[in-house]
Ligand binder design. Structure first.
Ligand SMILES: Cc1ncc(COP(=O)(O)O)c(C=O)c1O
Length: 398
């Protein structure tokens, strides 16, 4: 298995602790799961969102005719010439409606997921290399498990993974990846190194009202977002960066140009449609129909977290993080976070929490992968209902 939350589509059979030969579920269709199915909660595959989009029906359907979208170019007048104008408009409208990020004065760069944009930013902020050696890239543990893999994949001469930001003591330039809310732990974070010569990249994939209270409209220099975690359309592979510095934006565009000559228009147009639909529905928060996207999915996650906390309390085997009550500017409520992942700690004496879950046919991601302790696991909370129910049934029997 690779490190990313990207879906790994290998299918294999595996022997469980009981010796049963069972088929693993790798994020495919899980309806009618057999009671002894292996539940894959390792990836953050956002299939939970299907229920909302089913309700929406045809409102997001759009047709592309054979003669449309042939050109490489989307908007020659925009420095990011491959960004579809409709997507740019929908991104601005959605951030405006939710109030989670400022877009005025920012360049928007679209990418094939925010994973590609992360590579584009690393390239942009490290070129031309003015230093004798590669720039250190750090993030405080527990950090998103894909960061080390993304940073070191091509063994760049420009930058290198330097591990846990808490332990970074070198007197050298650095880049800090600030993930807020954090994957895996769900906590709101700021930078930790705070020294001169540092560049901060804010990964805000989960800064949306279904996961966490929106306490301010953020205006950091470099902010990354993704449709994967905002709307659940991970399969469309669309992410966007909001970048203050025009030179950085230009270099990111250059990276995308050389890497993939831009981003496919079809998913951009699809995501534009989807973002605009939820931006329009934002105005109806608290409506009796409950058709606000964020309200509907926040309710789903709240319910799941309540069930999980109750079950964990009964088992007395695990602990979960506690999140502060905060006023959410979007919903108007005082609420706590309901993250996309549960960061579970096994009670003292159990050294390998991932193994414990695996023995109960539940696949999770070990704390070790996040630069942390194997006494922790990360469990996806955004899978389908049936998977979640089966997970709770199994958990209550541990
Ligand atoms: C914190 C964080 N950043 C970035 C990504 C990458 O998302 P994508 O490439 O699907 O846009 C993920 C995916 O799980 C994530 O959790």
């Amino acid at each position: 298995m690779g490190g990313a939350d990207q879906v790994h589509i290998t299918r294999r059979s595996s022997m469980t602790a009981n010796g049963d030969n069972v088929k693993e579920n790798h994020g495919g269709d899980t309806r009618n799961l057999p009671v002894d199915a292996v539940i894959n909660l390792d990836h953050g595959d956002p299939t939970m969102y299907e229920s909302y989009w089913r309700k929406v029906g045809d409102e997001c359907t759009f047709v592309i005719k054979g003669f449309e979208s042939l050109s490489y170019f989307s908007n020659p007048n925009n420095p990011c010439w491959f960004l579809e104008p409709k997507l740019e408009e929908a991104i601005k409208n959605l951030h405006g409606a939710v109030g989670n990020a400022v877009t005025d004065g920012y360049s928007i760069i679209v990418g094939t997921g925010s994973s590609q944009l992360l590579q584009a930013v690393l390239f942009a902020v490290t070129t031309p290399l003015e230093h004798a050696s590669q720039i250190n890239v750090v993030s405080p543990a527990p950090y998103y498990s894909s960061y080390p893999e993304i940073v070191d994949l091509v063994k760049s001469g420009l930058y290198k993974w330097a591990g846990d930001a808490h332990e970074f003591e070198k007197d050298e330039p650095y880049i800090e990846l600030v993930t807020s809310p954090n994957n895996p732990s769900g906590v709101i974070r700021g930078s930790v190194v705070n020294r001169e010569g540092g560049v901060l990249i804010h990964d805000l994939a989960y800064y949306w009202p279904q996961y966490t209270p929106i306490t301010s409209s953020l205006d950091f220099d470099i902010m990354l977002f993704t449709a994967s975690k905002c709307t659940g359309h991970a399969g469309s592979r669309v992410g966007w960066a909001l970048v203050k510095d025009k030179e950085v934006a230009k270099k990111m565009t250059k990276f995308m140009e050389v890497n993939t000559i831009g981003v496919s228009k079809e998913p951009q147009l699809r995501v534009a449609k989807i973002l605009q639909v939820i931006a329009d529905r934002c105005k109806r928060f608290g409506s009796p129909e409950g058709d606000d996207f964020f309200e509907y999915n926040k309710n789903l996650l709240t319910e799941r977290w309540e069930i999980l906390r109750e079950t964990v309390k009964k088992t007395q085997m695990f602990t979960l993080p506690k999140y502060p009550l905060q006023h959410c500017n979007y919903t108007g409520d005082v609420t706590q976070a309901h993250p996309a992942f549960a960061w579970m700690k096994c009670k003292e004496g159990i050294e390998d929490c991932e193994k414990l879950f695996r023995n109960h046919k539940i696949l999770t991601r070990s704390g070790r992968r996040f630069g942390s302790d194997p006494g922790f696991v990360r469990v996806s909370m955004v899978g389908r209902d049936e998977e979640f129910k089966l997970f709770i049934d199994r958990l209550s029997m541990i």
